[in-house]
Design a protein around this ligand. Structure first.
Ligand code: UDX
Length: 436
């Protein structure tokens, strides 16, 4: 089956490469000629483990190609995916749908064969209706259907998530479109990944509801962590204790500096806007957004506390280890590290930082932060070392070396990757999240 993927960003590229790997004939389309040229040369525009290899092998097998020409790319495709960005619109938090609608109009203009147009981009409820209206207006003269098929890919684990999903959600009311989509996902279906067919609107909402629920879960455990610190309990035990209840489940209960990334911050805001527009306010999500925003700066203040308070902290130096919003990505969008660095700088603290993949993107977002070549470069001369992102490379730090390089043996572990007793036994002052 021929599949066209319009938009070769994170979601489009991973999905396109995985569909090709299933044996489909895939064309990835993007307006950006530089991106297409580098993809043709085997250079990935993003860092995602395994992606370069997957793209390379499928290009070599002749199943995956790239073009800037939408008309040529969609010719003969039975499924045309829209996987362009839906950033937060400046000012109001609504998802900006101009890219999605522009693609719909262009597809409408060039479509010459029967096809299902599938929105993979995260789009508010009702977007599919508008895409259908735009296509109908373009009157391509062939049968088409508009379906919704949200992605649930985690950065850093996107290929695994695509190939072994908990579920595939497809929103369409048309039987023939269901059949096409079943064909598209047949390799996964045979692997027993469940396909949930719903209406288009339900499918669109499932994506937002899933992300909002996960954001609630994280924020809930973060607030429990704060409470643990006050009452002398251990949030890891609390998390384990509640997670063993099957109704709650153990995942996304890891306390930390707050969620960031390209999805949760943007999608929770967009859900709030939809809820407001339809006069069905989601107050829990409103609270989660506020609590998570405030938490990032609070983590900066936690580091200042570890330096001995605001007065003591002025003029001191802090090493930040990890800048990306989570490990195994170079993505800096809404990363807690940005607010943490800013809070420290506002308090007159000098900040040095190291991240295995994120420094190029971090640099312009963190003016005045000294970017170092490695972790120990950042640690040299620091009055406190702070782990912001749990990269594997920081899980076995050389504590003896830190002691010789740093001015003081102070470790602030915002991801709880170390055992408090062990670190303290090495002579460190150790501060973590929600643990006595
Ligand atoms: C998320 C969703 O998981 C994915 O299904 C969706 O399609 C896109 O958004 P992603 O943003 O890549 O994926 O990252 P994820 O692994 O979900 O983490 C998001 C943020 O939450 C990170 O900042 C992470 O550090 C934080 N987090 C996650 C926690 O603080 N605690 C947890 O227990 C889990």
């Amino acid at each position: 089956m021929k599949i066209a993927m319009v938009g070769s960003g994170y979601v489009g590229l991973v999905s396109g490469a995985c569909f090709a790997d299933f044996g489909h004939d895939v064309v990835c389309i993007d307006k950006d000629p530089a991106k297409i040229e580098s993809l043709k040369a085997g250079i990935m525009p993003i860092y995602e483990p395994g992606l370069a290899e997957l793209v390379g092998s499928n290009v070599k097998a002749g199943r995956l190609s790239f073009t800037t020409d939408l008309a040529e790319g969609i010719a003969g495709a039975s499924a045309i995916f829209i996987a362009v960005g839906t950033p937060s619109r400046r000012g109001d938090g609504h998802a900006d749908l101009s890219f999605v609608y522009a693609v719909a109009a262009e597809v409408g203009e060039h479509l010459r064969q029967e096809a299902v147009i599938v929105t993979k981009s995260t789009v508010p409820v009702g977007t599919g209706d508008e895409v259908e209206r735009i296509l109908t207006e373009a009157n391509p003269g062939v049968r088409f259907a508009v379906a919704s098929n949200p992605e649930f890919l985690r950065e850093g684990a996107a290929i695994g998530d695509f190939k072994h999903p908990d579920r595939i959600v497809i929103g369409t009311d048309e039987e023939w479109a269901r059949q096409v989509m079943t064909e598209v996902y047949r390799p996964l279906f045979l692997n027993k990944s469940p396909i949930l067919f719903t209406s288009r609107r339900s499918s669109e909402l499932i994506k937002y509801a899933a992300n909002a629920f996960l954001a609630v879960k994280i924020t809930f455990i973060n607030e429990m962590a704060d409470l643990c610190e006050k009452v002398g309990a251990d949030v890891q035990d609390v998390s384990r204790g509640i997670g063993m209840d099957n109704r709650i489940g153990p995942k996304f209960l890891h306390a930390g500096p707050g969620y960031g990334g390209s999805c949760f911050p943007k999608d929770t805001l967009a859900l709030l806007k939809t809820a407001e527009d339809y006069e069905a306010p989601t107050r829990i999500v409103e609270a989660v957004v506020k609590v998570n925003d405030a938490r990032k700066r609070a983590m900066g203040r936690k580091v200042i506390e570890a330096l001995g308070g605001a007065e003591e902290a002025r003029g001191k130096r802090v090493a930040l280890l990890g800048l990306t919003f989570k490990p195994n990505t170079d993505d800096m969008r809404d990363s807690p590290s940005i607010a943490i660095a800013q809070t420290l700088q506002d308090a007159g603290v000098e900040v040095a930082a190291y991240d295995p993949e994120g420094m190029d993107l971090a640099k312009p977002l963190m003016p005045g932060v000294e970017m170092c070549a490695n972790a120990y470069g950042a640690i040299e001369g620091a009055d406190a070392v702070t782990i912001v992102t749990e990269w594997d490379a920081f899980r076995a730090l050389d504590f003896a070396r830190i002691k010789t390089l740093a001015k003081a043996p102070v470790l602030v572990d915002l991801r709880n990757i170390y055992d408090p007793a062990e670190v303290r036994a090495k002579g460190f002052t150790y501060v973590s999240v929600g643990r006595p």
